[in-house]
Design a protein around this ligand. Structure first.
Ligand SMILES: Nc1ncnc2c1ncn2[C@@H]1O[C@H](COP(=O)(O)OP(=O)(O)OP(=O)(O)O)[C@@H](O)[C@H]1O
Length: 358
């Protein structure tokens, strides 16, 4: 999905960010204190009365990517994402959007930031119960200051965009949970923000509707290339949606990488355990499974793009009866054969000369 290059300026740049809850003076001392940074969350709470919800976190959100913040309950996901627009005030660190220092913004700039640049889509959208679907979406435009005539036209467009055509005159109470989420999404899109921040928007939905909404987000992202930051505690959701995933534990990012990097090369035992049950062949690609081409192999066999998943490659190799080539812009990067593909399925470490999984 992501077409950006690393060289492009990030949308959000976050460096050494901390959020410590607790008595103000004690909380302010935690980030700089060598003692406190070495303590576990429980030890820190016992010694200082403070909770370090976000601890020394550094990352960039790149233009056009879906950046997922994942972790178990209490790992600091919501706090971190709320810090991005200062819905929660960070305790220490630096933070910018498009190069502008967010921590230096006054109240007016902050309001503009939250309205126009980085709009949040919450799990509970707070739709206005007495207004119709169309009016709820138009309300998003009203607070943007869009005139009445334009509002209704634009709202109708957005309602159609999220697949609610024909339901414009219903009230939120007459909609399913998934449909309500779509209204909330349309309302957030109304602001045409540079970044959409999603806080576990689908966690209350049943699995089928949830899947449908994930596809909706993926489709919107694909169509518009809008930058998205998406919080979830659901690994499958993170893997499905994320271009990159920041995996949090106890306020820290324990690994930041593509789904393939996280599943294929877990940074530590915690991550390894986290991804243990993931069907590797659905996440890892032929980049991980390939080996260098032997003489003559670069010229024959089916050609696969580097982003082809192992499960897709298994089908191609089974059909052709021989190795497949991994080809990028006409160049053969390597080949995948049945042994390499099976090694991925079996979760075996990479053999020398084979792929990137370590
Ligand atoms: N206002 C607050 N005062 C004190 N502690 C807080 C406050 N808000 C959050 N915390 C604590 O900070 C830690 C991180 O909370 P946060 O809500 O960011 O986690 P989360 O990963 O989003 O969890 P969940 O998935 O359950 O929403 C938790 O230990 C939580 O109890």
């Amino acid at each position: 999905m992501n077409t950006t290059t690393p060289a492009e300026a990030p949308v959000f740049a976050v460096d050494g960010l901390w959020k410590v809850f607790g008595p103000e003076k004690a909380a302010a001392r935690v980030p700089g204190s060598a003692d406190a940074t070495g303590l576990s969350a429980t030890e820190l709470r016992e010694r200082t009365g403070c909770t370090a919800a976000v601890r020394d976190v550094t990352f960039d959100v790149r233009k056009g990517e879906v950046f997922v913040v994942m972790g178990l309950s209490g790992s600091g996901k919501s706090t971190l994402v709320r810090c991005l627009t200062r819905l929660i005030e960070p305790t220490a660190g630096s933070l910018s959007i498009d190069g502008e220092d967010v921590l230096a913004m006054d109240a007016g700039r902050l309001r503009a930031l939250r309205r126009h640049r980085a709009a949040m889509v919450f799990q509970h959208f707070g739709l206005l119960p007495h207004r119709t679907v169309l009016d709820n979406v138009a309300y998003g435009l009203e607070i943007q200051g869009v005139g009445r005539g334009d509002r209704r036209d634009r709202a109708a467009e957005l309602v159609a965009k999220v697949g609610l055509e024909g339901l414009e005159e219903r009230r939120p109470g007459q909609l399913s949970g998934g449909q309500q989420q779509r209204v909330g999404l349309a309302r957030a899109l109304a602001a045409d923000p540079e970044v959409l921040l999603f806080d576990e928007p689908f966690s209350a939905l049943d699995p089928l509707i949830r899947r449908e909404m994930q596809e909706e987000v993926a489709r919107l992202h694909h169509e518009e290339g809008r930058t998205m930051v998406f919080i979830t505690h659901d690994l499958a959701e993170a893997l499905r949606l994320g271009d990159r995933i920041a995996l949090m534990r106890d306020g820290r990012i324990v690994q930041l990488g593509t789904p393939e990097e996280i599943v294929g090369s877990p940074a530590d035992d915690y991550v390894r355990d986290f991804v243990r049950d993931v069907p590797r062949e659905q996440v890892l690609t032929v980049r991980t499974a390939m080996r260098p081409a032997a003489a003559g192999e670069a010229e024959r066999g089916p050609a696969l793009a580097p982003a082809t998943t192992v499960v897709e490659a298994i089908e191609a190799v089974a059909r052709s009866g021989g190795p497949a080539r991994v080809v990028d812009h006409g160049r053969c990067l390597g080949v995948v054969d049945d042994a390499g593909l099976l090694a991925v399925v079996a979760g075996l470490p990479a053999t020398p000369g084979r792929g990137v999984a370590a």
